[in-house]
Design a protein. Sequence first.
Lengths: 391, 445
Amino acid sequence: MGEKIGELREIKQFREWFEKRHDYAKKWKEKNGGSVVGYYCTYCPEEILYAAGILPVRILGSHEPESITRPYLHDMYCPFCHDTLAQGLEGRYDYLDGVTLAQSCLHMRQAFFSFADRVPNIEWSYYMPFPHGVNNPHAVDYARHEFEKFKTAVEEWTGTTITKKDLDSAIDVYNKNRELMMKVFEARKGEKPPITGLHAMEMVVSSQIVDKRDHNEVLESLVERLEEVEVEREIGTRLMLIGSEDDDRSFLEMVEYKINYPATFVYEENCTGARYFWGLVRKSDDSIRSLAERYVYRVPCPAKDWAVGKLLRRRFQHIERVIKEYNVEGAIIAQMKFCDPHELDIPSLRALFDKHDVKHLTLELDITQPVGQFRTRVEAFLEAMAEEDLF
Amino acid sequence: MEVKVRPLDCWNDFKKYRENYYRNYLEAKDKDGIRWAGSAWAFDAIPKGLGEDVYSLTGEPYGATCAFFHDFSRECLEHIERKGIARDLCGYMRNYWGSVSLNKYLLTDGTIVEPFPKPDFNFTIHICCTHAKWYHFAAELEGGVPTYAIDISVGPGYLLDDKKIEYVVRQLNDAIQWMEKLTGREYDDELLIKAVHAEADSMSTWAKICKLNQAKPAPLEEKSMFSLYVLNLINRSDPEVAKLYHKLHDEIESRVKRGIGALTFEQFRFLTDNPPPWAFLKVYRYLEKEYGAVSLGAIYTFGLAGGWMGMDEKGEKWVWEPAPTPEEAGVEITNREEALRWTAEYNLRYRASWQHEYSHWIRKLETYQMVKDWKADAMIMHLNRGCELWNMSTLEVRDYLVKHDIPVATYEGNMADPRDFDEARTFNVIDSFMQSLGVERISGK
């Protein structure tokens, strides 16, 4: 008899890292004596920081109400930006030495600038222009140029030289992490996915905030034990979660564990899910170029996904593949309030789901979630899907 | 201060040009011409090489025109919202999409024409989260109109290097080949060269006009400037537009020499920030009539349409001096590559409104220096729910100005959604602000 997924020590470790992420970073710093740099968007080439002996950590919110960011950020900027800036202003990131942003949406940009200026312990900040147009053929060359400059800036700040060997070693560690998480996701294609969306989120988000070597050890063990997992819960409707950054446990837990209709997330198409780790860095003589290729060719954030001659969105092509390979029956579009890039895609995304006969429900996320209201809506959504099967 | 005033001699020229612009786009097919649509920030000199019968429709000014006509705007907004479009998205874009989806086209006098004249292609740039995606979805609404967007996300002008410029130039080259293939026309480099000259001339001349508004009394007030700056947002690479700006410049220069102002009584000079609430331009008239307050301009009005030197080389100070034209810079443009390089660099380096998208520090310096150079008493800031781009850093700028003893009032609204504006509350904010500064009413109320 295998263990239930939530009881695996690996999953418990991911959750502990996620919940005690600040403690982890402080201890890492004490132990390794290196710097810790917060990054604001998953387009940051973390490998360059890691190669310099820096721990990159993604800046996240806390999902607690706050009112201290209003003097700096407009109300119409997204809750995630407000929440992350609030964490900095409240001193929860008092261990960070630096902060960086690979050019992202406007909201992230403003939150980054305010964070860099107003969080007193930040001694180094770097804004990296990263292509918005990842679908144009010159984006890799340009990203390579900016990555080189980023590398030089990191070297100057830390007083180190990042050799090709250092960078390749960091790429190996990160690629291993990606490969292992892709294996976990691969297992979710089966009839009885061994891991739920809640635990997958904890796995992915914890990888964004701990040393990848530590994460890889636990991840390797998880991959080995996945086959033994006892899937005791009814899988029910196979759902895809799609949308903005979403690390709110309460929402995922509610959908998979606390409603009357069984449902399981089989894929998370967001930057706290597959979009973070999908796609490896190719080995080559020009490691910086390989890095640029990976970040430009990864499944794009909607902020960067638009027409350059052909009326195509690469993310949509990926979603179509996921629908088929993961046998997706329904989609929950979890839209961060005021997130323009996602809002701009939603009507076309709904049409895409309709084309594939995938039912969909759109919910709007805020700093705190109205879980009760969401529960009613998700139950109604699942109930309606079940009725269609019935009749 | 009692001031001599008189109407602008070239006012009707500008009005007429704008009126014809929208009509020419509408009637382009009667002349077998080409229509294209895109952002006001698109590299509009590029399609000019396709011929002299190429007509554009720039989305932001069109969205603003819609907003000015409340009823049509409401119809557009509500129509597109029913299709699942979020209400917090760009107000211009929602008006534009609504107009496309309703299949109704608005002319500057409020006439509504059906059907909406579909472009042959969309051509735009992408700097904020919206522009390229605006035209991507518009293309879907239009049944698949070919669309091309240029990524200009290379950072502020003072940090430009060859690779950054090259990134944009390569895309522009690709775009030309794409347009040739699409239209079946041979591209004319001479027309391109003429267009990039005109673009720089129009933008640098507008900057010179804005600078003249540093005079006391101010020869222009911002509400009128909205009708003047717009030519640079609809067709700045047309030599005719450059000519009109030269004419305006000469007239304003003469007004300054003769002490002719914009208001009959000027006692308070202020700057604004952000696009205005187009459906409620009466805010400006209220300030003029009640308080003798003249709006001198904004980083929006000046920066969107003007070419400026911008940040100095060290990135320490903003310089409000007009950017050089090719002639002034001693640059000779003889072929396509040189033309593309010029237009890419001119826009990336001197287009003021692109600079502060990469740092709120730039916007702080830019705004502070404007207050100083234009001798403004205060800033009245529109917290514009209709544009996340123009709202980036506004509150940080507010904080910076207040810390430097520059009074700031803020009011909330929406540039292009008339439903998002509280008129009474806004006037209340203005009255309280003026009272707190000790500015007396001149209306006798």
